[in-house]
Design a protein around this ligand. Structure first.
Ligand code: ZN
Length: 98
């Protein structure tokens, strides 16, 4: 998620710069970068799992998060069939210091 947001910020800055300097920017490069960012967002885990709770799955197409023991057959929002695990494996990194 963090990397995706950083790349999105960088891309926005590039677009503004291209506009201000009149240098222009290749549409295909922008499209390619957006596609990479979209993929990062779709597959990045962002849900902190509840203790003893069920897992969360994010729809690859529309981003809907569904909870359950396993991914649903179809997304309740858009009907897509592909899901990414949305739970963060280790939400808290314990400090070894002390
Ligand atoms: Zn969906």
């Amino acid at each position: 998620m963090k990397e995706a947001l950083e790349r999105l910020d960088a891309l926005m800055n590039k677009l503004v710069e291209a506009d201000q300097t009149g240098a222009g920017i290749e549409p295909l490069r922008v499209a390619g970068e957006l596609g990479a960012i979209r993929h990062l967002l779709a597959e990045s885990p962002t849900v902190i799992p509840a203790k003893g709770g069920r897992k969360h799955f994010r729809c690859e197409s529309c981003g809907t998060v569904v909870h359950g023991d396993a991914p649903p057959a179809r997304c309740p929002t858009c009907g897509a069939r592909k899901f990414f695990a949305a739970d963060i494996e280790q939400p808290f990194v314990e400090s070894g210091a002390g």
